[in-house]
Design a protein around this ligand. Sequence first.
Ligand SMILES: Cc1ncc(COP(=O)(O)O)c(C=O)c1O
Length: 445
Amino acid sequence: MQKRSEEKLSELSMPAKKDRLKQLLRGKGKDISGGKSKTDEYSLPENLWRIDAIDSISEFQDKLKLMKDQNISDPFFRVNEGIINDRTVIDGKEFISYSSYNYVGLSGDPIVTEAVKKATDKYGTSVSASRMVTGEKPIHAELEKEIAEFIGVDDSIVFVGGHSTNVTTIGHLLGPNDLILHDSLAHDSIVQGALLSHARRIPFPHNDYEALENILKEQRMKYKKTLIAIEGVYSVDGDIPYLPKFIDIKKKYKTFLMIDEAHSIGVLGKTGRGIGEHFNINPKDVEIWMGTLSKSFASCGGYIAGSELFIKYLKYTAPGFMFSVGMSPANTAAALAALRTLKTDTNRMDKLRKNFKYFRNKAKTLGFNIGESNQTAVIPVIVGNSLKTMKMTNFLFEKGINVQPILYPAVAENAGRLRFFITSEHKENQMEYTLMQLQEGFKSI
Ligand SMILES: Cc1ncc(COP(=O)(O)O)c(C=O)c1O
């Protein structure tokens, strides 16, 4: 039989001629198929090359179908039509909202909004370059200086995303000969940073500093640098680590300590300075203070605060800073105005504390399982498996309450929960109504 490469083009029909030409062009003019067609040569199952057929995507599709079959409406990506504080508007209807971490109500506050307008008028909507080159604006340094002062360390650096702050900082600082020990409930951004670094990564049981110490006894001397990464408030359980013990351990085993304060800055401590203030420790005992600007600071982005030289090093070398655009004037101005407001208006902190104490105590009195949540604005109510949790979410939604579920695999399958973010803006009657409806929900789902 004549080989395809030997076929004369002139003898082929027009469509076959086109196909043959295309095939030859793909092979840069040479037939490299050895007589097989391209598709034969790379004969692979669809789940390896068709995007919608890859295993993770088709499993996702199955989950969507299951939800649809069970008649469960999707609680995600609901469109909130205005500012979210204690309330929100979805589909034209008002709800009591527990789904946003606008902890001290500063997103939507007129002072913050006005500062954003002014900064945008003055600097535009983007800094249009990395700060290292031409993106630097006076408000960047002002914000960084004030964050550092607020925490009680030398300096800070702001990044455009909270998640990317952790990824780039951890990924950049640690390397293959190093060790990262992080709380087993640490945020994804800490884990991603650790993976990027190629350091050995060992999670230790949640908040268990004794287990951490046991790992260090065995492992510390096998590695060069060691980082312990914990959070100020854990975002799924709403509990806090006993910081003084972690500081003792980090000193004894000569490691660095990093604290992600996403949910503790502007929440813990009498004046909102976070877990350091809460435990009255020396802020300089912690090398890496990390926080996000998207919660109490009413903006978007993250920061790392610490020693002057360390921060300068990050500014000149951290990939997620150097090779990324500077924080927008609007976001910078929002965080700066929010921080200044928080410092002067201590009433907000008092209201926040009063609210989360009220909600927690009442929830406990009513017999709800709120896990270990204590002294924080994150209060989970554990419902049960994913299906039950989704039903409870929808039950409350029908009663005018918007709260997000946290489901497996983020938590164990039997520990699905509703996560209530309490803010300074909530009113006692809203919280009381919510807890009563929750009680009704447990009876009827
Ligand atoms: C503990 C923790 N760290 C980091 C982040 C990432 O922050 P952002 O959402 O601002 O990127 C989050 C997000 O909520 C978080 O909960």
